[in-house]
Design a protein around this ligand. Structure first.
Ligand SMILES: [Zn+2]
Length: 240
């Protein structure tokens, strides 16, 4: 009996220590939200917000991986601290980043561009070609990109006209983001698929009543942008 109570006391102490560790860890871990807006010849741009402490600049790590062999060629680190008028509603507005990238030093090829803020992956993964061959492959599809053919693409935004009462929520439970979210017919493109349209890699994470068959609806922040986009027939690629 005495032995049992000793074991129970020991287990209780262990449990308390575990709770203490978990609560300490969860309060100190920074949460980061953000996105890569674009990647081009000059570098990689986007924004990141430390949502745990929006007054502090989030550290951003851009990871560049050669698609052909899966090797990481660069990990570039910067602080997201440039002023962005469009992000003032989240706090200081000092959340932009712009990292120059020495593409030519990596050699010809196709590169995956990913970014992390405090270890959490930002949305908006990109593919960037270096050299004429890679650029041509990206156009004509390559081993890492499989053409799905020509789809009708349209645009939508969180407004009531486009999204009814859903706002920025997607049918898979995520918050829709520009340069990231597309609405698909899940029977044609399964949820979670990464689809490249016009050089931007999107994630299939929404559906809509009007999106059937070879049709993709691309999420934009504003209704003006959806009108400007209109309807376009373009070749789309599955990123593998
Ligand atoms: Zn709209």
């Amino acid at each position: 009996m005495k032995r049992t109570s000793q074991i129970q006391r020991f287990l209780g102490t262990l449990l308390m220590m575990a709770f203490f560790l978990i609560s300490t860890f969860s309060t100190s871990a920074a949460q980061t939200a953000g996105i890569i807006d674009n990647a081009d010849e000059s570098g990689v741009r986007g924004w990141a917000i430390n949502t745990t402490d929006p007054a502090a600049a989030a550290e951003v790590k851009v990871v560049i991986t050669n698609q052909a062999n899966g090797q990481t060629v660069a990990e570039l680190i910067t602080n997201a601290s440039q002023y962005r008028e469009d992000l003032v509603s989240h706090g200081t507005g000092n959340y932009g980043f712009d990292i120059p990238v020495p593409w030519s030093s990596y050699g010809d090829g196709t590169y995956l561009v990913e970014a992390y803020g405090a270890g959490q992956k930002l949305s908006g993964t990109r593919i960037h070609p270096v050299g004429d061959l890679a650029a041509a492959n990206l156009q004509n599809s390559s081993s890492s990109l499989r053409s799905l053919g020509v789809f009708r693409t349209t645009a939508y935004c969180p407004c009531r006209k486009c999204s009814g009462g859903w706002g920025g929520r997607t049918s898979t439970g995520t918050i829709a983001a520009a340069n990231h979210t597309i609405s698909v017919d899940p029977r044609v493109i399964p949820y979670g698929s990464r689809i490249m349209i016009g050089g931007v890699v999107y994630t299939a994470e929404d559906c809509g009543g009007g999106v059937k068959g070879n049709h993709i609806d691309i999420f934009f922040n504003t209704h003006g942008e959806t009108r400007a986009y209109g309807s376009r027939n373009v070749e789309v690629y599955l990123v593998q």
